[in-house]
Structure formats: C-alpha cells, structure tokens
Design a protein around this ligand. Sequence first.
Ligand SMILES: [Zn+2]
Length: 279
Amino acid sequence: MLSTTDGLVLRVMDREDNDKFLTVLTPDRGQISVIAKGARSVHSKLLPLVQPYTYANFEIYEKNGSLGWLRGGSVIEPFYGVRNDLDNLSLAAYLAEVGMDVTGEGEPGVEILRLLLNSLYALASGLRPAWQIKGTFELRVAGFSGFMPDLEGCAECGRTVSDPMYLDVMNGHLLCAECVRMAGRVRRTEMEMEDAGEMTLLLPMSSSVTAACRYVLSARTERMFAFSLEKSERDCFSAVCENYLLHHLERGFDSLNFYKSLSQTSVTAPNRKSKTEQN
Ligand SMILES: [Zn+2]
C-alpha cells in the first residue's frame, strides 16, 4: 500500500546495502520507521528527503506493520540554517532526541511535532537565541508529557509573588521564600539525597524567571518565544527548564552533553548519566 504523510526526520542511520534507516515523526501516527533504499548514494533521488531535521511529505510503501519503504516525496522545509552551524546542529540533535524519547509509534505526535518545527524554524532562521529555544522547548515538552508544573503560586500559602520563588522540581509546584524559610528547608540548587531514594530539589527563581516560565507554559506555540529576559537571568531560566525536564524524564542525553561541551552556556545541572552510558 502506498501512502503519503508529512513528517520530520528525527534520526537517520546508515544501513547495509547502501540504505538508510529513518525515524520520522508524523502528526497522526507518531514515529514511523522508514527504509530509504540506496539513499547512501550521492546519486539517489531520495537524498534531500533523508537529511536529519528535514520536514517533508513522504511517499511510503508499506507491506505490513510500522516499517515502510521510502518511494519519494517533496521537501517542505529543509531547515538549512540548522545544518550550517555546529552549535545549531548539536542543539537540533538534542531537540530531536528528546522528541524521540517522548513520542512513540502509533501515538499522535502533533503537539511535539509542532513544538519541534517551531523550535527548528527559530533556530534555523536565527530569529531567537539558543538559550531561549532550548529552555522553552524543554519546559513545554515536560508539560505535554504529563509533567505540567503548577506555577500559579506557592503550594503552601498561595502567594503568587516572592523573590525568589522556589520550584520544587519533583513535586512540580512552587514554594515561596517565606514557606521555605519557615519549614527550615535548606536552600540549595543541587540534588539533595534526604534518605535512600528520596530526592528534594528546590530551584530558586527570580520573579522575572518565574514570569517567563509561566508565559512559556501558557502561550500558544506560535507565540511561545515572545518573551525576553535580562542576560543575568538567562542561566537561571536554562537551569530550571533543563533540570525540570531531565528529572521527570529520569534520563540524560548524549546529544545534550555534546551540545554543552560546545556551548558556553553554563547550566547548573547535576551530572547525570545518559541511558546509553548506564547500559
Ligand atoms: Zn508560601
């Protein structure tokens, strides 16, 4: 059966016989696996369709199950600007790896796909800085993946303004400075092992970072980058978004480690092992 679908190439792997194996995120069917016969050849007509982070309409022949053979198609958006720069490329690789982790086969992937497309567009066009794209993506992915934090006000007293406000990462809610002080909680930004298996992580956030996080989670996707932060606040925003997502996904990412090894962005993330390192 020949079918067509729009999709974003999340991963490309070389295969025997000059073939490539693609993982494509589609709006209706989530991830699909596609073999592109002969696409490792520079003469292949499939070449433009098998580039990582390309958004295209794919013509796929399927015999059965979720594996298909790429017959042709047309590129909708190649995101050339992502591939022209190693920092952009490595950030795109991280966004795609997170996208792979939070979507699956047979589950609609429309929200994550739109988030990825908007983020890649902002990155490729240079419209938004990397810290903003990365943090916004991370926080919204966490929300879409069932870990939406409650940022309305302090979970204990309801106060909506506090400088700093603390994000209780594991419980996904805020605590104001007064409640943290009253409870005698230790203010720290590193993971604290209270006893075996129990973790507390309170991340301090200034009122502007709290406002930025609230905005990111409530804005429409096409407006999600329409906020700004002073330079001095950006590391805090980055740390909050990255820590929040990684703690809830309970894993690290090789692509993130690589991106951070390139970039000057300093994020106070605890050292964690990626899945492949753990295995
Ligand atoms: Zn409070």
